[in-house]
Design a binder for this molecule. Structure first.
Ligand code: NOJ
Length: 664
């Protein structure tokens, strides 16, 4: 990855190295972290503009066999440094990320006879912080087992939080619930909280490598959240060997909900790209033989309704070529789907097409049409079976020009045993990404662990699920995603990285399940292509539902890779407007959406270039549009605008507005 600037500046740290209290300030001087030792216990606290926002919070571990590693420390040494650099993002919400921080490493040693060592590393950015534990190579600590991570986040007051429960989630595909922190269950991160109108916090993690996924649980009903790592089936959390590091614990500190979305702390805390030449990693919008399966019109397995046939795939390739889609996803093409595939994942064969899927003919046809075939590897959670075939599968895809593979793990447990976000799962997903990189394969991972920014290091990890997506609108017994859902996820799961939500459905009902349908207006489906960020995005519907609909122009025009992102207006759970600038030209795309309430929002266009003229093509909710009673009317209007203009967005209940802004 190309580094644009790298300046290691002088140390800006104020280090009052009194007995055992040390202070680090953010480069802009507004955030302050104090760390120290109290009765042998390491702690930290955080202030913003002089006000405490995280009270004294303890740090440390319980190792296996009740071996405490949290209450006998002294500080041996403190190192500090400051960094300011910008790094290029091969794809992303903007072209570069600013990585400016001050860092403090506190070297701890046990006071008693064991003399084991641990470092606490704090990195303070202008919009929050990250910290992690380092376990240096040492005589008295070699192999060790973490039974519990004791990290605390002692919140001030009792903020409101949007959460999903860790222990009652399938693949993190829940609706987010709003509650006070004190009444939280054990919850997954990112955990986003509103402390007051001008203070929002999100706790998450970055660079989850050979560790266990972070969850949070309130301590005895208080507003102190404690880390709760996802365990192995045997109860242990992490098996480690020095030298070893934990993932980073991150806290975004923002004055508005929109600003949460612009923080790049998580990405910055991951390692630079290990892939030098990223030219083969290309974002794009694609279509898929997919929604038909979710409606029940097609099947994944063999039979009269098999969706992945040669003829059907060629029909999709024709459509993709005609409308400029980069690829066609085909699910159900390979042996393993017949019968109960999510229980019998070990039967999946990733190089054996079904007889009615002529991969040679299809891939040759796709090449002539300049369309890529997107592979699908559903594993049914049988991770070992998949690992044993990774090399042969990716070689096979290289041969047939398949450069992107969607992976899937539909089983609550990997190998019928381990949780997706356990250290076992973390190791498996990493192996897939690394092997894919070796074969120049891009991954879109479904049923993942919650992402932690690894795409900086492996930009071939382009998109992931880990969110309740559009598919629920086809079959969910609860009727589908309520309109509020998409006004929450950009501020929760969305902060963990690209979401493969797959918006863009044009026909909202499923005759097989009349009680379930898409709960948006059509204009909102368009707007979601901008609001929900994913560099790989599938227009979800069956192709027959797109043609002859003027609204389709927005889907075929909207890019998936951006030079800049701004959030002109946002209120979590109510509405959000996102504006993104195309990487290839001076055009902007805007998506504004609301929950179940109709509302008028003002879009201020001051983000446009001063003194330039633009044409705005607005796709808005038509007369009488309402997600419940009349979802389809879309009105298209073109006006001239400049950076002094304001556009009133009249959003229907469950509605949205999508705008193409082209420079004249
Ligand atoms: C669940 C995935 O989210 C969905 O996209 C896919 O079609 C099915 N699993 C089958 O693999």
């Amino acid at each position: 990855m190309k580094k644009i600037i790298f300046i290691l500046t002088a140390i800006l740290l104020i280090s009052c190295n009194t007995e055992s209290k040390n202070v680090l300030v953010a480069p802009n001087g507004k955030i302050y972290v104090e760390t120290g030792i109290e009765d042998g216990k390491p702690f930290y606290l955080v202030k913003l503009n002089g006000n405490t926002i995280i009270e004294k919070s303890y740090l440390g571990f319980l190792f296996k066999n009740n071996d405490s590693f949290f209450d006998d420390f002294i500080i041996e040494k403190i190192n500090t440094k400051s960094v300011s650099e910008k790094w290029y993002q091969p794809w992303g919400e903007e072209l570069t990320a600013d990585n400016t921080y001050n860092e403090m490493t506190i070297q701890l040693i046990e006071n008693s006879c064991k003399k084991r060592k641990m470092n606490l590393v704090f990195r303070l950015f202008n919009d929050g912080l990250g910290f992690r534990y380092e376990f240096p190579e040492q005589e008295n600590l070699k192999n060790f087992v973490i039974a519990d991570e004791l990290t605390e986040f002692a919140l001030v007051g009792n903020p409101k939080a949007w959460s999903i429960p860790t222990n009652r989630t399938n693949y993190f595909e829940n609706l987010y619930k709003k509650s006070y922190v004190t009444s939280l269950d054990t919850v997954s991160t990112p955990l986003t909280m509103e402390v007051n109108d001008s203070l929002f916090l999100t706790i998450h993690e970055a660079n989850l490598t050979d560790y266990a996924g972070l969850n949070l649980t309130p301590k005895q009903g208080s507003s102190t959240l404690k880390a709760d790592l996802t365990p192995w089936s045997t109860g242990e959390k992490v098996f480690a060997k020095t030298p070893f590091v934990s993932s980073w614990r991150t806290i975004i500190i923002a004055k508005s909900a929109g600003d949460l979305m612009l923080s790049r702390i998580m990405l910055n805390l991951n390692e630079p790209s290990k892939i030098e030449d990223t030219s083969w990693i290309q974002p794009g919008r694609y279509i898929g033989i997919w929604w038909g399966m979710h409606l029940g019109n097609y099947t994944w397995g063999q039979g009269p309704k098999h969706g992945a046939t040669t003829a059907n795939t060629m029909r999709y390739i024709d459509f993709a070529a005609k409308y400029g889609f980069s690829g066609v996803l085909v699910e159900g093409w390979n042996v393993g789907w017949d019968g109960d595939w999510s229980t019998n994942g070990h039967q999946f064969n990733f190089t054996k097409p079904y007889p009615d899927f002529d991969i040679k003919k299809i891939s040759e046809y796709a090449t002539t049409k300049n369309v890529k075939l997107i592979g699908h590897n559903e594993t049914g959670g049988a991770a070992k079976n998949y690992e044993s075939q990774l090399d042969s599968a990716f070689k096979f895809y290289n041969k047939y020009g398949v450069t992107t593979v969607k992976t899937g793990y539909v089983n609550a447990l990997l190998d019928h045993k381990e949780q997706h976000a356990s250290q076992y799962g973390v190791r498996h997903y990493r192996k897939v990404i690394e092997t894919a990189a070796k074969y120049k394969i891009v991954i879109d991972n479904h049923e993942p662990m919650i992402p932690t920014g690894l795409q900086r290091t492996y930009p071939n990890l382009m998109s992931q699920e880990g969110v309740r997506g559009q598919e629920y609108d086809a079959w969910s017994p609860d009727g589908g995603n309520p309109p509020e859902h998409t006004t929450i996820i950009p501020f929760t799961r969305g902060l963990a990285g690209p979401m493969d939500f797959t918006p863009g459905t044009f026909n909202f009902s499923n005759p097989a399940k009349p009680e379930t349908h898409v709960q948006t207006t059509l204009a909102k489906q368009l707007a979601l292509s901008v609001v929900i960020y994913s560099p790989l995005q599938m227009a979800s519907d069956m192709i027959e539902n797109y043609e002859n609909n003027p609204a389709f122009e927005f889907i075929t025009s909207c890019p998936t890779n951006w030079a800049k992102t701004v959030i002109p207006a946002a209120k979590i759970g109510d509405f959000i407007i996102v504006a993104r600038k195309d990487r290839k030209n001076e055009n902007w795309f805007v998506g504004g959406i609301t929950d179940e309430n109709a509302r008028e929002l003002n879009l201020n266009l001051s983000f446009l270039e001063k003194d330039a003229k633009y044409r705005a093509k607005i796709f808005k909710d038509g007369k009488g549009a309402d997600y419940k009673t009349n979802p389809y009317p879309v009105e298209i209007e073109t006006i001239e605008i400049n950076s002094n203009s304001n556009i009133k967005l009249n959003l229907a209940a469950g509605g949205g507005t999508a705008i193409i802004i082209s420079k004249i």
